[in-house]
Design a protein around this ligand. Sequence first.
Ligand SMILES: C[S@@+](CC[C@H](N)C(=O)[O-])C[C@H]1O[C@@H](n2cnc3c(N)ncnc32)[C@H](O)[C@@H]1O
Length: 235
Amino acid sequence: MSRASLDKDPHEVAAMFDGVASRYDRANSFMTFGFDRRWRTTTSRVLDARRGERVLDLAAGTGVSTTEYARGGAWCLAADFSVGMLQAGLHREVPMVAADALHLPFADGSFDAATISLGIRNFVDTKAALVELARVVRPGGRLVICEVSTPTFPPIRFVYRRFMLRLMTWVGRRFSSNPDAYAYLAESMLEWPKQRDFAEIIAAAGWRDVEWLNLTFGVVAVHRATKPEATPPVD
Ligand SMILES: C[S@@+](CC[C@H](N)C(=O)[O-])C[C@H]1O[C@@H](n2cnc3c(N)ncnc32)[C@H](O)[C@@H]1O
């Protein structure tokens, strides 16, 4: 069984998610003490996808997030490069496509909004993916990203940093046939940039009006941004 390294080789990451797919949703809810549902609801509220809109849910995994965002009547597409994760969600009534975040198979300006929940920290090149998302979202369209972040309350930050790796490794052993994958997920959480640093990466990729909302003391943050009407050149 594979685990990805923090170099985030795309083949290793996809193979790792293929390996945990069948139990992923359950393990995720357990590890987050059920907070994942609340985070999805808030992300959906920030995304505010409406009937008549086309929304890309990138790194959608089993489509659990896509289903939530489609509730308001928007057409929401689940895209992920782990075919195993998509297959584990085939019972969900959302359209799905296998796609790599760095080479999206969509024309420029195809979507009104794009969103990623708990996926972007696994991408091998964060900024390149954000530039690619800016390409497929129409001018004036929205970006909403829910990702683990840095708790703002020091005691929670201490507990989180100290015990997260152990908890996730334990959960991986208990629930998954690939415990090492959960060790990777925990390590990647600890090395992800803080709220403000991530906001700067989003802005450097060509998005504007970047802001964020901390959830659960900043354990998770939802970043929101808009694609400018005329895209400025990206350095
Ligand atoms: C932790 S899961 C999150 C799934 C779902 N969004 C959720 O909220 O439960 C991360 C997902 O990111 C996907 N992923 C990682 N890198 C990717 C890439 N470069 N392109 C597309 N999907 C990717 C993985 O295959 C995996 O399904």
